[in-house]
Each structure stands twice: as structure tokens, then as C-alpha cells.
Design a protein around this ligand. Structure first.
Ligand SMILES: [Zn+2]
Length: 212
């Protein structure tokens, strides 16, 4: 199996603090997803993020000296191949799934209707796999049964809420906000185009590691 191209890691601060660091961003140690050897050989690339404004940020890329694959280290406020901050995307999705018209959703979160529609379309396609992976994660965190009252797309959001609450109960403040958590546990693929289930291999995420 091909290792993931991106590794999502928890950025503990505001987006602006990340942007302010420019190319001096420190990403910490990350194991290669293929062989667990520590990534090295750092380089990086610029990409854009749209939150309140559109700004450029530096993404570090690490290379495994054994597998020779390189991996982008995405901060958890981003999703792979999505311009907008994950908080903006999540807020839009929650509004849309809650029944708000797409035009109003787009207006409320400040994106074009085509963008909001595309998030929704991807989420609808991913919802069954996301819901299943999130329920599995919730049960892994706390073996009590997860009772879901909704169906379809809303189930994926409900399961996200359940997994997030259990993560918070277990790991406290180290668990980021719900939408960053969504990015983290899906490896930035929550709205990805691959057909495989989202890898909740984020079990190795920083907040699950023992406290330093
Ligand atoms: Zn490797």
C-alpha cells in the first residue's frame, strides 16, 4: 500500500501564529508512515490558506531515508487540497447538513456557492466511510456503545461529535477543536477523493502520546 502523502500534525496555536513564523516553522519529530523511521531531509513548499483573508504559508516536507518517500506535514487547521481553513469548511458543512440552503451557507462562511457545494458533495460521498471510522475511533477511546440518532450525512457529523467528546474526556486539552480533530484523525482526507476509508491511523497523533 502506498503511504499517505501528507501527515497531519496538531498545531497548538492560532493560524496567525503559524503564518507569522513563515519558513521558520518547527514541526517536531514525525515517524515515516511506511517504516516508522524518523523523517529527516527537510524541505518544504508554499501554499495558500483562506481564513479571514488569503495568505501564504510554508508547509514542511520530510523525507524518509529508507523508503525515499517524502511527506508533507500539514498543520491540523488544513485539509489536503482544500484552500479554506478546516474551521470554515466544518462550519459550512454543519450549516448545510443542518438544513440551511447552500446559498446562505456560502454567504455565512464567506465562500462561493460552488465551493460550498463541492464540500457538501464530497462529504456526502465520504459520509458512510467517515461515520464508520469515527464510530470505531469512539469505541476505541471508550468501549461504551455509540448511539446515533441520525441517518445519512448527519450521522458522520454525529459520530464526529461522539469521537471528539470521548477523545476530550480521555486526553483533555491536548485534543484540538472538533474540526481540527476531524482533519487530524482523517489525515487531512476528510473530504479526500480516494475511495478507501479514511485512515484513522492518527492514533499516533501527538495528543495521544504520553505527556512529555
Ligand atoms: Zn520510511
Amino acid at each position: 500500500m502506498r503511504p499517505p502523502l501528507s501527515i497531519v500534525w496538531p498545531w497548538p496555536l492560532e493560524v496567525s501564529a503559524y503564518l507569522a513564523l513563515g519558513q521558520h516553522i518547527e514541526v517536531g519529530d514525525h515517524p515515516c508512515p511506511g517504516c516508522r523511521r524518523r523523517l529527516g531531509g527537510w524541505s518544504g513548499y508554499w501554499r495558500w490558506v483562506r481564513g479571514p483573508g488569503t495568505q501564504r504559508l510554508w508547509i514542511r516536507r520530510g523525507r524518509c531515508s529508507r523508503c525515499l518517500h517524502s511527506h508533507a506535514l500539514l498543520p491540523d487547521f488544513l485539509l489536503e487540497r482544500r484552500l479554506d481553513e478546516v474551521e470554515v469548511i466544518g462550519r459550512g458543512l454543519a450549516l448545510a447538513v443542518g438544513g440551511l440552503a447552500m446559498g446562505t451557507v456560502a454567504e455565512q462562511v464567506g465562500v462561493r456557492m460552488t465551493t460550498a457545494r463541492e464540500w457538501r458533495r464530497r462529504h456526502q460521498l465520504r459520509a458512510p466511510a467517515l461515520a464508520a471510522a469515527l464510530v470505531a475511533l469512539a469505541v476505541y477511546l471508550d468501549p461504551a456503545a455509540v448511539l446515533l440518532a441520525t441517518a445519512g450525512e448527519a450521522t458522520a457529523l454525529e459520530a464526529l461529535g461522539a469521537a471528539w467528546q470521548r477523545a476530550r474526556a480521555r486526553f483533555g486539552e491536548r485534543v484540538p477543536t472538533v474540526w481540527r480533530f476531524w482533519s487530524l484523525i482523517s489525515g487531512g482526507q476528510a473530504l479526500g477523493t480516494n475511495r478507501s476509508p479514511p485512515a484513522t491511523r492518527g492514533f499516533g497523533a501527538g495528543w495521544m502520546a504520553p505527556s512529555p
